[in-house]
Design a protein around this ligand. Structure first.
Ligand code: FES
Length: 149
C-alpha cells in the first residue's frame, strides 16, 4: 500500500502526486520559543518564505506526537516539518530531544506506510535564525516539488 492509496476520507484518497496540478500542502510545526520567532523574524526581514507552508504553532516540539505527523500525511499533506529549539535551549528542558528521537523513529517508520521519508523534515531553528528558516523551508519545498511525479 502506498500513500496514494491511503483513504483520507470517505470517497477521497491522499492527494500526494497531484502537486503538479496545484500548490503543495506542507504542514510546519513550529516551537513558539524558537522557530516560530525565527519565522516571524524572517517575515519581518522580508526573507522569502514559501506560501505553501501551513504553520502550526506549538509551545514545544516535544508536544508533537508522531500520530499528529502521520495524521497530517493522511489528510493530504505533501510534506511535514518539525522545527525545534537547539539542543540545550528547550524551555521545557528535553522536549526537543524527545522530538528528535521521535523524528528518527518516524524516518524509519514512514517508508513502511508508503510515505517517502524525504517528505518529513526535522531541524533546529532559533529565534535569531531567520535566514536558516527561510533557507530550509525553501529547500524542503523545492525538494518536494522535484520529487512530485
Ligand atoms: S521549547 Fe522549543 S523545543 Fe521545547
Amino acid at each position: 500500500m502506498s500513500c496514494q492509496t491511503l483513504p483520507v476520507a470517505p470517497g477521497k484518497e491522499c492527494t500526494y502526486g497531484e502537486a503538479a496540478d496545484g500548490p503543495l500542502k506542507v504542514v510546519a510545526f513550529l516551537c513558539n520559543w524558537c522557530s516560530y520567532a525565527g519565522a516571524d523574524k524572517a517575515g519581518a526581514s522580508q526573507l522569502p518564505v514559501p506560501a505553501e507552508l501551513s504553520v502550526i504553532r506549538v509551545m514545544c516540539s516535544g508536544r508533537i506526537e508522531p500520530t499528529l505527523i502521520l495524521e497530517a500525511f493522511q489528510k493530504g499533506a505533501d510534506g511535514v516539518m518539525v522545527l525545534a529549539c537547539h539542543p540545550g535551549d528547550c524551555h521545557y528542558k528535553e522536549g526537543n530531544l524527545r522530538a528528535f528521537c521521535r523524528a528518527e523513529l518516524l524516518q524509519r517508520l514512514v517508508p513502511q506506510l508508503g510515505i517517502d521519508p524525504k517528505r518529513f523534515h526535522f531541524d533546529y531553528v532559533s529565534a535569531a535564525e531567520a535566514e536558516k528558516f527561510s533557507r530550509i523551508t525553501n529547500e524542503f519545498i523545492g525538494q518536494l516539488k522535484s520529487a512530485a511525479p
